[in-house]
Every structure is written in structure tokens, then in C-alpha cells.
Design a protein around this ligand. Structure first.
Ligand SMILES: Nc1nc(=O)c2c([nH]1)NC[C@@H]1CN(c3ccc(C(=O)N[C@@H](CCC(=O)O)C(=O)O)cc3)CN21
Ligand SMILES: CC(C)C(=O)C(=O)O
Ligand SMILES: [Mg+2]
Length: 261
């Protein structure tokens, strides 16, 4: 096993929490690595927080590969996860494998795909052929057209049981990690206890092995953030104030300074 992944498993056993952020380019990946973040996810949330789209469905494999390359160059010792985008893997194991290869060639350590037990054969196919897979269940944004909006999952007993079974099937198939998105805290805690692979939660409470946040939410750069996100700085205000000051200084000739020669 990859030394970095073995460390994640060891930390799960010891109860040491790990922090993941999304990033989509070199400068923010570098800052995350310098700050001691453990993992960076090149998420298909790219299409929303960078691209301004209303969902993630428009993101292409070429875009994911391009941004994965940028992130990898800044990621230092972070484990780099990259999302398989909508439409690039769902047909079956061979399509998923070819897509995963593209992102591994771009430098990703792990590729992430959305879906439950129905993806287990795809996970097994890729895992048996040398690809580290992170599965992703709960609120899987690539299925938003079936739901009509981003809705929490696993909130009734039936769907909670289904998610618990999905988690087991994906772990048994050889997934190395499991993202749990927007599910009840208790469900995420139960799944985290039941499986040996590290869980990475977002909107899933404090009891997953790791947390992931979209970096634009964390930095206060997002326009719309989910209810569970925490803004650690008001980045939008800081950036807007700086830009407004620049406009002012150009307007009154304070910038640039006059040079002698
Ligand atoms: N900026 C950003 N941050 C994210 O974390 C993120 C995205 N974008 N885009 C893709 C998905 C969508 N995400 C979401 C969005 C909303 C909820 C949510 O909990 N919504 C409310 C209202 C939705 C409803 O009507 O059910 C909820 O209480 O369920 C959860 C995750 C997480 N992801
Ligand atoms: C929110 C995380 C889990 C994600 O899939 C993304 O950023 O695309
Ligand atoms: Mg995603």
C-alpha cells in the first residue's frame, strides 16, 4: 500500500483526525500543503465554485485533468484526490478505468467516484488493476437532476440502511476511502465504525475519520455555501476591499508611484 494511504489507515485506528480541502489550482494547493492539510481534493465542484455553474454536470474529463495537474504541482506531501466527472465512468468498469488512468497520468494519487453498491464492480475492477479509489455516497451531486436540488440523504430508516449497505459493499470491493456527504451525524458515525477504510465527511458531523471542505466556502470566497460550511475568513470582503483600494489609488494617481527616471 502507498505509504501515505497506510498512514491514513493507521490514523483512523488511532483516532487521529485528518483534514482535506478542495483546491483547483497551484497557488491554493501550495497554501494548503504549507498549512499542513493532509489531503487535497480536485473536486468537480470546480464547475460551481470556479466555473460559476449551478451544478457539477458540465465538468469534463479534460478540465479535471488540467486542474489536477495544477494542483499536483503545488500539493507537496498532500495526498491528491481527483473526481471522475459526470458521464465519464458510469457505463461500466472499463470506462471508469480509462478515465481514472487519465487522472492518474495527470498526477492524482486517488480517484473518486459517486455511487453506492451499484458501483462495487467498477471499484473492484479498478482496485484490482492498481488504481486507488475513493467512493462517495450520501448527497452525490452528480445525481442532482434526479432529486431536483441538493438534498440531505439517509434521513429515514430505509435510506440510512441502504447507505450503510453501500458503504460495506464499496469497502469490500476495495475502495481505499469513503466520502460521506450531507448525511445524519449518527449514520456517518455508524458507518465510520463499521468499515476499516477511512471515511471523509462533509456535512456528516464530527465522527468521520476526516473532514473535507470546499476551499471557497472555508475562505469565504463562495457566494452560496451549504449550511454546514464554516467560513474561517471573510475572503470575499478582504479581496473586494483590496480591489476597491486599488481602483481608488489608480483614480487619484497614488498608484503607481512616480519614478525619477
Ligand atoms: N460551494 C459549495 N460547497 C459545497 O460543499 C458543495 C457545493 N458548492 N456544490 C456541490 C455540493 C452541494 N453541496 C450541498 C448543498 C446543500 C446541502 C444542504 O444541506 N442543503 C439544505 C437544503 C437542501 C434541501 O432542500 O434539502 C438541506 O438542509 O438539505 C448539502 C450539500 C455540497 N457541495
Ligand atoms: C464536496 C466534495 C466531496 C466533492 O465531491 C467536490 O468538491 O466536488
Ligand atoms: Mg465532487
Amino acid at each position: 500500500m502507498h505509504k501515505k494511504i497506510a498512514r491514513w489507515v493507521q490514523d483512523k485506528k488511532s483516532g487521529i483526525k485528518r483534514a482535506v480541502v478542495t483546491a483547483y489550482d497551484y497557488p491554493l494547493a501550495r497554501l494548503a500543503a504549507e498549512a499542513g492539510v493532509h489531503g487535497i481534493l480536485v473536486g468537480d465542484s470546480l464547475g460551481m465554485v470556479v466555473g460559476g455553474g449551478g451544478d457539477t454536470l458540465g465538468v469534463t474529463l479534460e478540465q479535471m485533468a488540467y486542474h489536477t495537474g495544477m494542483v499536483v504541482r503545488g500539493a507537496g506531501d498532500c495526498l491528491v484526490f481527483a473526481d471522475l466527472p459526470f458521464g465519464s465512468y458510469e457505463k461500466g468498469p472499463e470506462q471508469a478505468w480509462a478515465t481514472a488512468v487519465t487522472l492518474l497520468r495527470a498526477g492524482a494519487d486517488v480517484v473518486k467516484l459517486e455511487g453506492g453498491a451499484e458501483m462495487a464492480s467498477t471499484v473492484a475492477f479498478c482496485a484490482e488493476r492498481g488504481i486507488n479509489i475513493c467512493a462517495h455516497i450520501g448527497l452525490t451531486p452528480q445525481r442532482v437532476r434526479q432529486w431536483g436540488s441538493f438534498q440531505r440523504q439517509g434521513t429515514d430508516a430505509d435510506s440510512a440502511r441502504r447507505l450503510q449497505a453501500d458503504a460495506g459493499a464499496l469497502a469490500d470491493a476495495g475502495a481505499r476511502f469513503l466520502v460521506l456527504e450531507a448525511v445524519p451525524d449518527a449514520l456517518a458515525a455508524n458507518i465510520t465504525r463499521d468499515i476499516t477504510i477511512p471515511t471523509i465527511g462533509i456535512g456528516a458531523g464530527p465522527d468521520t475519520d476526516a473532514q473535507v471542505l470546499v476551499i471557497h466556502d472555508l475562505l469565504g470566497l463562495g457566494t452560496e455555501s451549504p449550511p454546514f460550511a464554516r467560513r474561517y475568513i471573510e475572503g470575499g470582503r478582504i479581496v473586494r476591499d483590496a480591489l476597491a483600494e486599488y481602483v481608488r489609488e489608480v483614480g487619484n494617481s497614488q498608484f503607481p508611484p512616480r519614478r525619477k527616471r
